[in-house]
Design a protein. Structure first.
Length: 507
């Protein structure tokens, strides 16, 4: 056990009479050389006991010398010094840093052998090791071995389940917690947010407040990002108000940047600008958030003005800034300006120019109807174009009814991804927009022959701080019968040409 971590000349080290003076702060320079000095430094400890041994192991780990830390641990065992829970906590950190789950399992075995696996501190450390190294089954077993799991143990297991997309298991563990703190709530909210379970993340935030748990600075950004992803403006404003209530005007920069992006995504650029202007210590992320926000909302000229202000403030553009500029030029039809910003970046700071910027230029050219330039741009790309590039060209073909080039683009897309549904849909829509219904039906028929189907449509609405999600042909909604009755009512009135204005009063 751990033998492969010993220096190759371990025998020579034992025979050598040369012993260095004890150094309480090892560094790479004084532990490397013809052989590792970790073992000798251990022997030079003023007192060789669990406290001093654990301290030395910790110092090696602190300086990034994790293999030397394990050499000390091996020496500790050979002298019959019994490790404690803090020893295992340090070793677990080293095993995680080394990304060595096999080594972690060896640590786990030793902890079981000396009866520390049931200790909440050591057990939680082992659990964290498996959770971070992808051993979900081992993490679950380690959790069950802990006599009395604490909040940290529960939160670590929940995080492991969330990371693997096992929300059903994560919810069960979360609901079974005897007590929850802000860390456990944050784990569920951030996990759901990062995995695209945005509605669930917002619901957990609301439940957290109802349970009387005060959010921390780490709670709000995840909740705000989820609210932005589902366009829940009212809920996002409530989260913002909650942050102001508990934190005052001194919002963290991360939260402020999240709020700038949130309001922009919801189309409320006035609120986005208000948060931006109130943010005292702006960084490049702040500027990018407001620039991309204006770009997404079709305010190309304001984007250019804001970009100039950013440069005057001493910030240099990065890849996100360039993307925002190209989006703005695309929405505003500013082809020449887009070329100027793209070429400027390519000449002055080529490291920020990435594949998505080339795709944005193709989209800009094709949506402006400059198809010859778009084709030449694709031809001279410094790499092979992927699906996204041909979709950008196809999007322009749909706008300008360039069906011949659109067919070429679809062919290229299907060469790269034979199961891509969206390209067929875009081409069908292009034929429909040009009034060529027969061709549109032919494209749909080709889809059916290949066994391809559209992703079901999905929409949502926020009513009284509750988000309601609707999916095409949904049979699982609790109120599906009432929903379909209301839908039938609307369809009948839409078909009736006498009055197409329908007003629904909210009671």
């Amino acid at each position: 056990m751990f033998r492969h971590y010993l220096p190759q000349n371990f025998t020579f080290l034992r025979k050598s009479r040369a012993r260095p003076a004890y150094n309480p702060n090892p560094t790479q320079e004084n532990v490397s050389g013809p052989y590792s000095l970790a073992h000798q430094m251990f022997d030079e400890l003023p007192e060789r006991n669990v406290k001093s041994a654990t301290a030395l192991i910790g110092r090696f780990a602190k300086h990034g010398l994790h293999r030397e830390a394990f050499t000390c641990f091996l020496r500790m065992l050979s002298l019959d010094i019994r490790p404690n829970e803090y020893t295992f906590g340090t070793l677990v950190h080293s095993a995680v840093t080394l990304k060595d789950i096999r080594l972690g399992k060896q640590i786990h075995c030793i902890s079981k052998k000396i009866g520390l696996d049931s200790n909440v501190f050591a057990g939680s450390a082992i659990l964290d090791l498996y959770a971070k190294l992808g051993g979900l089954n081992e993490a679950t077993r380690a959790f069950t071995e802990i006599n009395v799991p604490n909040v940290v143990s529960y939160s670590t297991l929940i995080r492991a389940y969330v990371r693997e997309g096992r929300f059903d298991k994560a919810r069960l563990v979360f609901r079974s917690m005897p007590e929850k703190n802000v860390v456990s709530w944050n784990t569920m909210i951030s996990g759901c947010s990062q995995s695209g379970e945005n509605e669930e993340a917002v619901n957990f935030f609301v439940e957290m407040l109802r349970e009387g748990c005060v959010p921390s600075d780490h709670t709000y950004p995840s909740a705000i990002i989820s609210a932005a992803n589902i366009g829940a403006l009212g809920m996002g404003k409530s989260i913002h108000a909650c942050a102001l209530k508990f934190s005052g005007d001194n919002l963290s920069l991360f939260l402020a940047n999240s709020l700038i992006s949130f309001y922009a995504k919801c189309g409320s650029m006035e609120d986005s600008l208000l948060v931006f202007e109130k943010t005292r210590e702006k960084n490049i992320v702040s500027w990018n958030a407001i620039i991309c926000g204006y770009a997404q909302n079709g305010r190309g000229n304001i984007v250019i003005q804001t970009y100039r202000k950013m440069k005057q403030s001493g910030f240099e553009p990065n890849s996100v800034t360039l993307l925002g500029l190209l989006w703005a030029c695309n929405h505003a039809g500013l082809v020449d300006d887009g070329y100027e910003y793209f070429n400027e970046a390519r000449e002055q700071n080529p490291s920020i120019v990435q594949a998505e910027h080339y795709a944005c230029m193709i989209d800009l050219l094709s949506r402006s109807g400059r198809f010859l330039e778009a084709k030449e741009f694709i031809k001279h790309l410094p790499f092979d174009p992927g699906v996204g590039f041909w979709k950008a060209l196809l999007g322009g073909c749909r706008v300008h009814s360039n069906l011949e080039l659109g067919e070429v683009a679809v062919g290229k897309i299907l060469e790269l991804d034979p199961k891509d549904v969206s390209s067929y849909v875009m081409l069908s829509n292009a034929h429909s927009a040009a009034g060529k219904w027969g061709n549109a039906l032919s494209v749909r028929q080709r889809m059916r022959e290949k066994g391809l189907d559209r992703v079901p449509g999905c929409s949502w609405i926020e009513v009284r701080s509750t988000i309601h999600v609707f999916v095409k042909d949904d049979k699982r909604h609790d109120e599906k019968n009432e929903i379909y009755r209301a839908l039938g009512f609307f369809v009948e009135h839409i078909r009736d040409g006498r009055d197409k204005n329908v007003v629904v009063m909210e009671s």
